[in-house]
Design a protein around this ligand. Structure first.
Ligand code: PHE
Length: 337
């Protein structure tokens, strides 16, 4: 490369570096004049081509012209970029109020589950948890389900392997707790449960809070007393409850527990289907058959258990009609709670 083309290259690079660094139109104009103006450094070189030896003229002339074009193009692009940036700046209205961040909060299901557990914690219950993937033994067998019980059917239960399933209720925690602790037992067990069920009031995944008390001299009056304390504390101080005979393989006798309708207070309305009552949980006295599985002496201890649906309770408390609203993740809905 001749000294001449060498100096073209140096000036070209200097010009491009200066253009890239220019932050505003005025500075850019000075750079344009310095390199491309009538007395600019590249213009100057172009003029000198005429005095070069004849054999160097064509290539030197071409190199200068190319350098001028490159620098002019870089100048044009940078000018456009500076103009665009300025326009964006003008669009930023600093008098507008700031945008509020939207901090998240605990989901209504999780909150309801916590509120339920808090009531029982104040009554002296401990909170324990169990696995969501359970064995047939804990979910059914040790809970005294006969081998041909319909809920063992593929229709209701999600099986994940031979004798391995997603727990259909939180009651297996009863067995696990009794296996690992001696009476007295006063526990609640919140958690996820799973059933093949899906409509306006059922979801394949839902939540329960299980309760278990095994102690000396526990009777059904204790069950009713504790559940009355729960209902009046969780819903409202004047909430009435009633027990209706029912059946569960692991409790005997068993009872469904209703609360007086939260809407009509027992008069009868659409929510309670005219009955004045709303079912909130299943319960009963622990069937002595269970004590054999866990090594408790039925002659010594007695107890009661209950299991309540968290979604059901949340829907009653907040007047919701579709369980799926709880899971859709629509922040306009969830933000209300
Ligand atoms: N596990 C029962 C259910 O899911 C509820 C229940 C729990 C009933 C404890 C009685 C005692 O329907």
């Amino acid at each position: 490369m001749s000294d001449f083309t060498n100096s073209i290259e140096i000036i070209r690079l200097e010009a491009l570096a200066a253009i890239a660094e220019a932050a505003e139109a005025e500075g850019l104009e000075k750079i344009r004049v310095e390199f491309l103006g009538a007395k600019g450094r590249l213009t100057d070189l172009a003029r000198k081509v005429g005095s070069l030896p004849a054999e160097l003229k064509p290539s030197a002339g071409q190199a200068v012209n190319q350098a001028k074009e490159t620098v002019a193009a870089a100048h044009r692009d940078r000018l456009a970029a500076i103009a665009a940036q300025k326009k964006r700046g003008e669009l930023l209205d600093i008098t507008l109020p700031g945008r509020k961040p939207h901090p998240g909060h605990r989901h209504i299901i999780y909150r309801t589950m916590t509120e339920i557990c808090d009531v029982f914690a104040k009554l002296g219950f401990s909170i324990v948890e169990g696995p969501e993937v359970e064995t047939d033994y804990y979910n059914f067998e040790a809970l005294n389900f006969p081998a041909d019980h319909p809920s063992r059917d593929m229709q209701d239960t999600f099986f994940v392997g031979d004798k391995l399933l997603l727990r259909t209720h939180t009651s297996p925690v009863q067995i696990r707790t009794m296996e690992s602790t001696k009476p007295p037992v006063w526990i609640v067990a919140p958690g996820k449960t799973f059933r093949r069920d899906d409509d306006i009031s059922h979801s394949p995944m839902f939540h329960q809070v299980e309760g278990l008390v095994v102690d000396y001299g526990i009777t059904m009056a204790d069950l009713k007393g504790i559940l009355t304390a729960f209902a009046t504390s969780f819903f409202s101080p004047d909430t009435k409850i009633r027990l209706r005979p029912s059946f569960f393989p692991f409790t005997e006798p068993s009872a469904e527990v209703d609360i007086a309708c939260v809407l009509c207070r027992g008069q009868g309305c659409r929510l309670c289907k005219g009955t004045g009552w709303l079912e909130i949980l299943g319960s009963g006295m622990v069937d002595p058959a269970l004590y054999q599985f866990v090594g408790y002496d039925p002659g010594q201890v007695s107890g009661f258990a209950f299991g309540m649906g968290v979604e059901r309770v949340a829907m009653l408390k907040y007047g919701l009609s579709n369980i799926h609203d709880l899971y859709d993740g629509d922040l306009r809905f969830l933000g209300q709670f």
